[in-house]
Design a protein around this ligand. Structure first.
Ligand code: SF4
Ligand code: SF4
Length: 470
């Protein structure tokens, strides 16, 4: 799943067209270079693609990129410039100041340029926070939950925990009134704690926009041991991560775990946070129930409109396919638009739909799932056909679970009413639910011992004090 901070979704009318919308490009000005060494971050290994490089986008290339990006959007009223990594703040503030200068130079009259940046937050200071606020950057901050869950995999080059440094960065963002999203990966250390993670992000961190990104690190039997050791510089003989093999690392989630995580969060969200907390997966599901294209490629019919730009100008089909077989070309030789709209890229995007196994084509929640991301389609269907998504069991469980509430919220929207009205129905049902009744989350516990009581709290977060000013 492409992790990128997203503006608050809005729902166009049901007749909105399904033509591919404007494309999205994740630019990596420092390539795969990062000051951290998160064990599940397969992207760290992409450094191996550019051995000998300085991993810094040159000024001439930055100028060319911003110009081509804006040209490629034609008269569109809005263009998004999305920075990612690696860790993009390693480029320093002056790089982003120059980028803004180029944006002002090339924007059409009246055109709005939106800047987003995904960061681990550990290098932020007051200057960065002021810069983000003054220039309306939307910041995606990587935080995996309370201390122990976050530090399970998000460590620095010395293997040291990063939780306190991230909370410090978050405090600065909140003190300065910067718009931010929580980007939270779901992995072996937090998958069983959906409610706790959600309550932490909402209450301790003050997050109002959240994305939950499943960790699926795919590998071959040959590379499994090396992959389990991680992809960063601390790992000896790390392989280049490629989308191949049908094994996964021990950090990866199973479909069942991911589905349970989403359901656990949903059951809390739908009772108190509809309309005030935006969870990307729930918005995406609602869009599909409502009948409009969702904002996330993973659960869209086709994809191919979310590409990646490396520090040297190389453009790849997708952030998850930064590997030689999916290199489209370099913007020094081709205009960005030629690469984005190339037959190869269109074929890449169509393959998401056209390569679905029959099991998916006949699935009752296909309209909401669309088979998930092709990168995760390395399992076999029950009748042995290849190409089933590794997370299928979780998708099925989640989409079946939310069928009724999503249909209800979509119906409210069609009547011009806020989906948040659904919370009243839940409150009415809960008021008469016996304590010993099974919890409607389906997790097997009694209501009073499950979603009928407040979510468990992490005991050692260190976050509330760090974020109380936000
Ligand atoms: S392969 Fe397609 S669905 Fe998957 S992240 Fe890339 S663009 Fe999105
Ligand atoms: S839920 Fe499973 S079978 Fe259904 S479309 Fe998604 S991946 Fe395919």
């Amino acid at each position: 799943m492409t992790a990128v901070p997203l503006p608050t979704p809005s729902f166009p009318g049901p007749d909105a067209g399904s033509e591919p919308g404007p494309f999205h490009l994740l630019a990596k000005p420092a390539g795969a270079i990062c000051n951290l060494d998160c064990t599940y971050c397969f992207f760290l290994s992409k450094e191996l693609l550019y051995e000998g490089s300085r991993f810094r986008m040159a000024d001439e290339l930055l100028d060319r990129y911003i110009r081509q990006l804006i040209e490629a959007h034609g008269p569109a009223p809005e263009v998004t410039v999305a920075w990612q990594g690696g860790e993009p703040t390693l480029m320093g503030l002056d790089f982003f100041r120059r980028s803004l200068a180029y944006e002002r130079r090339y924007a059409r009259p009246g055109q709005r340029i939106v800047n987003t940046i995904q960061t681990n937050g550990t290098l932020l200071d007051a200057q960065w926070a002021r810069f983000f606020r003054d220039n309306d950057f939307l910041v995606g901050l990587s935080v995996d939950g309370p201390r122990a869950m976050h530090d399970a995999h998000r460590v620095d080059k010395g293997g040291r925990p990063t939780f306190d440094r991230v909370m410090r960065g978050l405090r600065l963002l909140r003190e300065h009134g910067v718009q931010w999203n929580a980007l939270t990966t779901v992995h072996d250390a937090n998958a069983a704690h959906g409610r706790e993670v959600y309550a932490f992000l909402r209450d301790e961190c003050g997050a109002r926009h959240l994305q939950f990104i499943p960790i699926v690190e795919r590998t071959t039997q040959q590379h499994l041991a090396a992959a389990d050791a991680g992809w960063g510089t601390r790992a000896k003989d790390r392989p280049l991560y490629r989308q191949e093999g049908d094994r996964v690392t021990a950090r990866s989630v199973t479909g069942e775990q991911y589905g349970r995580f989403l359901i656990d969060v949903f059951e809390d969200w739908v009772r108190r946070d509809v309309g005030t907390v935006y969870v990307q997966m729930f918005d995406v599901a609602l869009a599909n129930w409502y009948g409009v294209p969702p904002s996330l490629c993973v659960h869209s019919e086709t994809c191919g409109r979310a590409l990646a730009l490396e520090h040297n100008g190389d453009v790849y089909s997708c952030d998850h396919f930064v590997e030689p077989a999916h290199l489209l070309g370099n913007i020094g030789q081709w205009h960005l638009l030629e690469l984005v709209d190339s037959p190869r890229q269109r074929e890449f995007g169509r393959a998401k739909r056209d390569a679905l196994p029959r099991f998916c084509r006949e699935c009752d929640v296909r309209f909401a799932c669309h088979g998930g991301c092709p990168k995760d389609r390395f399992d076999r269907t029950p009748d042995g056909e290849p190409g089933l998504n590794h997370l299928c069991a979780g998708f099925k469980a989640f989409f079946h679970h939310v069928d009724r509430p999503m249909a209800t919220m979509a119906a409210l929207l069609r009547r011009g009413l806020p989906p948040a009205l659904i919370m009243r129905r839940y409150a009415d049902d809960d008021a008469v639910r016996p304590h010993n009744a099974p919890c409607p989350c389906g997790g097997g516990r009694k209501w009073a011992r499950c979603h009928g009581r407040p979510a468990p709290r992490a005991t050692d977060t260190g976050a509330r004090a760090a974020t109380r000013t936000g």
